[in-house]
Write a protein that binds this ligand. Structure first.
Ligand SMILES: Cc1cc2nc3c(=O)[nH]c(=O)nc-3n(C[C@H](O)[C@H](O)[C@H](O)COP(=O)(O)O)c2cc1C
Length: 199
């Protein structure tokens, strides 16, 4: 059983970014042979927490579980709206809080929404380089949905299905390497004292 965390950085309500995230999540869940749970997180609900973390250097009790979930996930779906021909500020602020080790070698599916199809390369010139910097394993197909795609879904559906299949294969090839819990097997205090005494 693998677990995928899907993150939507949409701001509107209802949000087309959330809609695309849900479609990608459903496709990843439905991949044949893949026993996968997919949970969706909306960054909008954590916008204040993200700012607080940037200002204080600490994740509060609402944001910490999201960062822990991201670290524990076997794969990620990351979807941002296009703002000024790039990812949104909220998306980047969140990614600035992610420890690079949390996503290192992790399979990632990228998605973006936008008003115009002319900005679809935002996936290639903004999102993919960011994840390359973090040394994630980004699957080849990234999915962009412009406003015009929603009325005419068949191409979009094909891209969603192909991208979800690539993510499922990458996750199956590479289950998450879980970090050892540093507090799981503590050295007994007596042993530490004995070692100090004999040194
Ligand atoms: C401040 C701002 C800047 C935007 N810049 C672009 C842009 O450069 N290119 C584009 O295609 N769409 C742009 N859009 C449109 C949004 O990307 C699009 O409406 C997106 O799907 C909104 O996602 P949401 O419904 O999840 O909030 C912009 C929207 C806003 C509010």
């Amino acid at each position: 059983m693998s677990n995928i965390l899907a993150i939507s950085a949409g701001l509107s309500q209802p949000s087309s970014t959330r809609l695309l995230t849900d479609r990608l999540a459903a496709a990843a869940r439905g991949e044949p042979g893949a026993e996968t749970t997919v949970e969706v997180v909306e960054l909008r609900e954590h916008a204040h927490d993200i700012t607080d973390n940037l200002l204080t250097g600490f994740a509060n009790q609402r944001l910490r579980p999201v960062l822990e979930q991201l670290e524990a996930a076997d794969g990620l779906i990351l979807v941002s709206p296009t703002f000024s021909a790039s990812y949104s500020g909220l998306f980047k602020s969140f990614m600035d809080l992610v420890e690079p080790e949390s996503v290192h070698d992790k399979p990632v599916l990228l998605g973006a929404t936008g008003g115009t199809e002319r900005h679809s390369l935002v996936l290639e010139h903004a999102l993919r380089p960011l994840l390359a910097y973090l040394r994630a394993q980004v699957v080849p197909t990234a999915v962009y949905a412009a406003s015009s795609d929603w009325g005419n879904d068949s191409d979009l559906n094909q891209r969603i299905t192909r991208a979800a299949g690539e993510l499922a294969s990458a996750v199956q090839r590479q289950p998450a390497q879980r970090k050892d819990d540093p507090f799981a097997n503590p050295v007994p205090f007596e042993q530490l004292l004995q070692e100090t005494a004999t040194n």
